[in-house]
Design a protein around this ligand. Structure first.
Ligand code: SF4
Length: 665
């Protein structure tokens, strides 16, 4: 029996695997036995025939190449390119050790800060918002808090489909008396189980949240002591809130006064309140502002940093949080440090390097823009599929064609990025590598190797270390195991501001038995890591920056996950038992809209945006509002439609708001 952790989502269930008779069950984070279909099918993904088997290089088609020659080629390309024209694109599915070595190589030794991750696409808005409010990137809620929570507000989060085991826990707590409110333009499976569903118009979350804030202030239901003693900027926030016209906000978000009143009374009647969110807030041209609007409510009520309360960003990928800890976003250097003089000095001394550039690097889509201008010479992609998941795919494809050399490190062969790669390296997937990952509530767990890597695959950390050694940095990259890498990372966390990222206290020998939670009780005394020690209020408004509908594009297209499937379906779409809930590809359209257009359920329709078009099967339903469409992310061509507007602070794309039109095929 091996105890490991699921590699699919941010809940981070610990699994017991019997490798002799392939079975598994969860033993964490909740009681034994809870496991979702993705987690229980983990083993099946390791043996898929679509595994990438050996290194290959593009020479009149992909030709086999030895590891040694492949690494030598990459080293030569790195040496030939100016550092600012080199990019790394990492993944929330990498282990912390993989992230650490890639980040050290790029930022510490090659001298490029263009080391970004696909987590940029899902939770960078939450990172920026937490940092603005608390001074550091810190999720102040744990899943256990649900046990003492009275009211859970889920905003733009469909836990019933995307965080299934967490959702089972929510359902269990509902039997105890937990009330749930769902804010979502779709009547999702999560909304169906809620006490109240606020079906707002797409893109109006800030309007609704500001309405709530305004009402709390007007009813004097805010926590005066908390706002006075532990926050900053309240008076200006209050003055701005006072200027908003509630009738305008009501009209924009489409919530009638009775429903709003029910929501307000739930807020007043319940002592302990958690709000949780995912892509519905984050993936927006105002993603940071949407996060701030929600966090403001917790500052206003003082329902934060005490059991059963707080603003809870739910990460989608298994190790998105670990990537943040390491510094795998181009906007941070390492261990939650930015690019200020003091941080660079400390990190340079730790890594024994003088190569760190003081300018933050390019984010994911900024690298695409650089490629478009012919300013990116080398792109190293690890464990992710940017051609599939970046917005405005026609633009992405055109840009990537201009990059002279693209390295794709991947465990599976059937990526959408493959046609753009020049060198492909087989990475070890879940089950064939070991290391650590951090789930959505700061819990560090160990992923165990169930068997040795198949074929010619290697763990990503080892591939990056080989590149480092080949570049001549032998001492800095001579790791013999993932454990050695972790030890170094662990020590480095002491450099974090006031040591708040206290992974250095972790004893790896006990991690198998007991997961480790970093930052326990941080801020329990309400001393925040801002210069004043107070949490910051930021007044935000809905600026209507998303793509506007027009007579020829009258619909708003939303995107999201569906149950039992993972991203493009590279792993899950090939496992038969995961297909029982929904097909992988469809477009949801409202019943009245379908009738007006003569569209039948299951009929072929063409969805068009200003960037591209797709033909899909229509799913006619009342769960979606009129003039709104939904396509799941398992549709691999979805991003030919989406727009590439970015949040100006987090650089996260506005995946959930593209103007579209639909017609019968
Ligand atoms: Fe894995 Fe997430 Fe399912 Fe848990 S809820 S078993 S972590 S996919």
């Amino acid at each position: 029996m091996v105890t490991t952790v699921c590699g699919y989502c941010g809940v981070g269930c610990r699994l017991e695997h019997n490798t002799a008779i392939p079975t598994n069950k969860t033993i964490h984070p909740f009681e034994k036995g809870m496991v979702c279909a993705k987690g229980s099918s983990s083993l099946a993904s390791v043996d898929l025939p679509s595994r990438l088997r050996s290194p290959s290089i593009l020479e009149d088609g992909f030709k086999p190449i030895s590891w040694d020659a492949a690494i030598a080629t990459i080293a030569q390309k790195i040496k030939a390119a100016p550092p600012h024209r080199i990019g790394f694109y990492l993944s929330g599915q990498l282990l912390t050790e993989d992230y650490y070595v890639a980040n050290k190589l790029g930022k510490g030794f090659i001298g490029t800060n263009n080391v970004d991750t696909n987590s940029r696409m899902c939770m960078s808005s939450a990172v920026v918002a937490y940092k603005k409010v608390f001074g550091v990137d810190y999720v102040p809620v744990r899943m256990d808090d649900l046990q003492t929570c009275d009211l859970l507000i889920l905003a733009g989060a469909n836990t019933a489909e995307a965080h299934v085991v967490l959702n089972s826990k929510i359902k269990k707590e509902k039997k105890r008396g937990l009330k749930t409110v769902v804010i979502d333009p779709r009547r999702t499976a999560t909304a169906l189980q809620a006490d109240l569903h606020l079906q707002i118009f797409p893109g109006t979350d800030i309007d609704l949240l500001n309405l709530v804030a305004q009402r709390l202030i007007r009813d004097e239901k805010f926590d005066k002591t908390f706002t006075q003693e532990h926050t900053q900027g309240f008076e200006s926030y209050r003055a701005n809130m006072d200027k908003l016209d509630p009738s305008v906000l009501h009209k924009r978000c489409g919530i009638d006064t009775q429903q709003f009143e029910t929501f307000i009374q739930l807020l007043y009647a319940n002592e302990n309140i958690i709000s949780a969110w995912t892509m519905g807030l984050n993936q927006s041209v105002q993603g940071v502002d949407k996060n701030l609007a929600l966090i403001n409510l917790h500052l206003l009520t003082g329902k934060i940093n005490r059991a059963g309360n707080g603003p809870f960003s739910l990460t989608g990928q298994p190790n998105a949080m670990g990537g943040r800890e390491v510094g795998g976003l181009s906007s941070m250097l390492a261990v939650h440090l930015d690019f200020d003089e003091d941080a660079i000095k400390k990190v340079s001394a730790f890594w024994h390097t003088e190569k760190i550039d003081p300018t933050p690097g390019m984010t994911a889509f900024e690298m695409i823009e650089a490629a478009e201008r012919g300013e990116l010479d080398l792109l190293i992609i690890s464990h992710t599929d940017p051609v599939y998941h970046l917005p405005n795919r026609h633009r992405v494809e055109k840009a990537l064609k201009k990059v002279p050399f693209i390295v794709e490190i991947n465990a599976y062969d059937d990526s959408e990025t493959k046609p753009f790669a020049h060198l492909r390296l087989p990475a070890a997937p879940w089950g064939e590598k070991e290391g650590t990952q951090t789930n959505l509530d700061r819990t560090v767990t160990r992923q165990e190797k169930l068997r040795a890597p198949s074929f010619d695959a290697k763990p990503d950390w080892q591939i990056f270390a080989m590149i480092g050694e080949r570049l001549g940095f032998s001492e800095a990259f001579h790791y013999r195991s993932a454990a050695e890498v972790f030890e170094e990372f662990k020590t480095m966390t002491k450099l974090s501001q006031d040591g708040h990222l206290d992974i250095y206290k972790l004893d790896p020998s006990t991690l198998q038995e007991e997961p480790y939670v970093w930052g326990k009780d941080l801020f329990s005394d309400h001393r925040y890591h801002t210069p004043t020690g107070r949490a910051n209020f930021f007044f935000v408004e809905n600026n209507g920056l998303s793509e506007q509908t027009a007579p020829d594009y009258p619909f708003i297209l939303l995107t999201g996950r569906i149950r039992d499937q993972w991203h493009s379906g590279t792993k899950t779409a090939h496992v038969d038992k995961l297909h029982k809930h929904k097909p992988l590809s469809f477009v949801e359209i409202n019943t009245d809209d379908a009738a007006a257009l003569g569209v039948a359920d299951g009929g072929d329709v063409i969805i068009k945006t200003r960037r591209g078009s797709l033909t899909l099967k229509a799913k006619v339903t009342d769960t979606i509002q009129q003039k709104v469409l939904f396509i799941p992310v398992t549709e691999r061509k979805l991003n030919y439609l989406t727009n590439d507007l970015l949040d100006p602070m987090s650089k996260e794309p506005d995946f959930n708001h593209s103007a579209a039109t639909l017609s019968k095929a």
